[in-house]
Design a protein around this ligand. Structure first.
Ligand SMILES: Nc1ncnc2c1ncn2[C@@H]1O[C@H](COP(=O)(O)OP(=O)(O)O)[C@@H](O)[C@H]1O
Ligand SMILES: O=c1ccn([C@@H]2O[C@H](COP(=O)(O)OP(=O)(O)O)[C@@H](O)[C@H]2O)c(=O)[nH]1
Length: 225
């Protein structure tokens, strides 16, 4: 059986700016499917935050806002499925059991969020645990974990490796509101730790992802004591 690779794809890839991005990622994952089975979780991106902020201003509760984000992430997943055509399982699985059954088809799997109160990284970690993935890649809009937010602090320095306990202490203050959950949420970290998931946080770029899938130490590795 081919090794299973779980990739959480930043929602920023599903923006309206560059329509050819998804086609490039579809071609990339078809190429990678010759050496592994990609199992992809799509983020919600700006469109999710558009719906979340409007509904929040109307007084919707946080779990309702999370569900909006989940719906958008599932729409993003469908866009990638359409670009993958017959190489992909035909729709985004709706729960972990369906993900596991879908993975047994050997097809490329694409889904979105699954449950309120967490981010797509938590969903990706749960899926990696469920399908016994070889590695979980959080393909995000930064090239790894820094000692502070590199988008706010130009002097931040990047970790090649970071112990999960240190990462948790760095992120514990972040707010767990819908549309928040920057970088990794506490549910994702819990699942990575309990199942000792091999996890790497790296830039969402097909060339970098290809090198990482082939074993190159791209981005930041989360180490487990
Ligand atoms: N210590 C950190 N290292 C790297 N990025 C961080 C850190 N703290 C906060 N961030 C922020 O997390 C963002 C990535 O998380 P997120 O917005 O959830 O990305 P994604 O779109 O992949 O889900 C980065 O753009 C960065 O601004
Ligand atoms: O399993 C999930 C996945 C996502 N979300 C919601 O959907 C939003 C968009 O997902 P995420 O932030 O992970 O996507 P990103 O744009 O950061 O890639 C999240 O902020 C949550 O509000 C959720 O509630 N449960």
């Amino acid at each position: 059986m081919k090794k299973r690779i779980v990739v959480k794809l930043s929602g920023s890839l599903f923006g309206l700016e560059d329509m050819k991005t998804l086609k490039q990622y579809a071609e990339f994952f078809v190429k990678m499917s010759k050496v592994c089975q990609p199992i992809i979780i799509a983020g919600g991106g700006k469109i999710a935050r558009y719906y979340i902020s409007h509904a929040r201003s109307s007084g919707a509760d946080e779990s309702t806002l999370d569900e909006l984000g989940i719906e958008v992430s599932r729409l993003n997943a469908k866009l990638l499925i359409y670009a993958l055509q017959e190489k992909a399982y035909p729709h985004p699985p709706v729960n972990l059991k369906e993900v596991a059954n879908a993975a047994d088809t050997g097809l490329i799997i694409v889904t979105g969020g699954l449950h309120p109160g967490q981010s797509t990284n938590a969903t990706a970690a749960l899926i990696a645990e469920k399908v016994r993935a070889d590695t979980f890649f959080n393909a995000t809009d930064v090239d790894g974990v820094y000692d502070s937010d590199p988008n706010k602090n130009k002097n931040a320095s990047k970790f090649k490796k970071i112990p999960i306990k240190k990462l948790r202490s760095m992120l514990v203050h972040q707010d767990s509101i819908a549309g928040g959950y920057d970088l990794m949420d506490i549910v994702a970290l819990k699942v990575i730790e309990r199942s000792r998931l091999k996890t790497r946080i790296l830039k969402a770029d097909t060339k970098i992802l290809e090198k990482a899938i082939k074993g190159s130490p791209e981005g930041t590795e989360i180490t487990l004591a």
